[in-house]
Design a protein around this ligand. Structure first.
Ligand SMILES: C[C@H](O)[C@H](O)[C@@H](O)C(=O)CO
Ligand SMILES: [Mn+2]
Length: 420
């Protein structure tokens, strides 16, 4: 006997089939897409090294919802809970400060061995790992500069940290048989208008050259660089601007990371993907939701998320794009935050696959913009929800909002025991 979810799916399939859309094939493609879920939503970007340090680097987490993970074991348990409510097999994105070790180790001395437990866990869970050097929340970044610092000794420390991070990334890739993306983001910038915009960029450029000097097997590690327009305390000038990293990434064959919150408020990353794709072999996304500024709200199914998904699917960019998430909200249950943001990202990709793309492109070529608009609007009401429900059921994860009861139970039984 078919479940009501299956019956609704069969009806939906027929509607889409009339437009030549093979829904079973869509779900097969969807199952192959990995989202890199960022570990730092689970503990408000605190990490386990230097836990006494405040969060710096011009980023901020607001809210005091109880239950943040305090140890690697707690964080892994929370990630497992979240993944049990999300269809598909994905990746976890770690920052260097999440090293799982009893050793008191400085960032520039980190080694693969400090992440062995993460790798063992990822293997057991069938997950991939991505990585990031942590160039913030540290004594040596407190004046706002790292790789572009005017003091060569401080610059050296951060260069060595980034070099160490790439080796850890390569270790992840080699151990897990899945390429690790190691993303370099530095907060460097000035609160007020600089006297010299060029010199910090010259220093950042040569520091990056040193960081990337060693060739690593691209099957194990791919490097990415992430730009930003402004941060808290770097409102006037950020050394690693979009133009800086567009140039650096293209010239040096690095993935360019586009974070949805790192541009002018009306500037979208969806609009940049097609252009960038013509000049690079790979792109990294930090899917986020900026609210008036780089606020890193949990990703919802808003127009920009749908547009990002549309560009990736219609532009055939899924093969060259690494999709990472980047939000941190401490005002709601943190496991729920992961589940909502990750399910939405997958859902948006599925919706983008469930449109009559060829018919729309044909109408456009023929100048029939009426058909283009009419079909686009009608498809906004097509029964993609039935397809999503079936995908969840088939993947063995809760259908619709059923996942929320599981998160609430986890909160009662596990998170609430952790205290404030
Ligand atoms: C913690 C992340 O690395 C960080 O959010 C970075 O990716 C960023 O987006 C900074 O604004
Ligand atoms: Mn980011």
């Amino acid at each position: 006997m078919q479940s009501s979810v299956q019956r609704s799916y069969e009806d939906a399939k027929q509607l889409y089939a009339k437009h030549g859309i093979d829904v079973d094939a869509v779900l097969e493609s969807l199952a192959n897409i990995k989202i890199s879920m960022h570990c730092w939503q689970g503990d408000d970007v605190r990490g386990f090294l230097n836990r006494d340090q405040d969060l710096t680097g011009g980023i901020s987490v607001t809210g005091n919802y109880p239950g943040a993970a305090r140890t690697p074991e707690e964080l892994r348990a929370d990630l497992e809970k979240a993944f049990s409510l999300i269809p598909g097999k994905h990746k976890v994105n770690l920052h260097a400060i999440y090293a799982d070790t009893e050793e008191k180790v400085e960032l520039d001395r980190l080694e693969p061995k400090h992440f062995e437990k993460w790798v063992a866990w990822a293997k057991e869970q069938g997950l991939g790992l991505d990585f990031n050097p942590t160039c913030f929340s540290h004594e040596l970044s407190k004046d706002g500069f790292t790789l572009s610092h005017p003091d060569p000794k401080i610059r050296r420390f951060w260069i060595d940290h980034c070099k160490a991070s790439r080796k850890i990334g390569a270790y992840f890739g080699e151990q897990l048989g899945q390429t690790c993306v190691t993303n370099v983001w530095v907060p460097d910038g000035f609160k007020d208008v600089p006297a010299d915009r060029l010199a910090p960029r010259q220093r950042l450029k040569s520091a990056l050259d040193e960081v990337f000097a060693e060739e690593l097997n691209p099957a194990h590690n791919l490097d990415a660089v992430e730009s930003k327009l402004f941060g808290l305390g770097s409102e006037a000038y950020v050394v690693g601007s979009h133009e800086f990293y567009m140039g650096y990434g293209l010239q040096n064959n690095k993935l360019i990371c586009l974070d949805a919150g790192h541009f002018h408020p009306t500037e979208t990353i969806s609009g940049k993907l097609s252009s960038l794709s013509l000049f690079t072999d790979g792109i990294l996304l930090h899917v986020s939701r900026p609210m008036r500024w780089d606020s890193d709200h949990v990703v919802t199914m808003d127009d920009e998320l749908l547009d990002i998904a549309k560009e990736l699917v219609q532009g055939d960019l899924l093969g060259k794009t690494h999709i990472g998430l980047d939000f941190f909200d401490a005002s709601i249950n943190r496991v729920a935050a992961w589940v909502i943001g990750t399910r939405n990202t997958i859902k948006a990709l599925m919706r983008a696959m469930l449109v009559p793309a060829d018919a729309l492109k044909r109408a456009e070529l023929e100048g029939d913009y009426t058909t283009r608009l009419a079909l686009t609007e009608e498809f906004k009401m097509y029964p993609f929800g039935a397809v999503w429900d079936y995908y969840c059921e088939k993947s063995g994860v809760p259908v619709r909002e059923e996942w929320l009861a599981e998160v609430k139970a986890y909160e009662r039984e596990v998170l609430s025991e952790r205290g404030e």
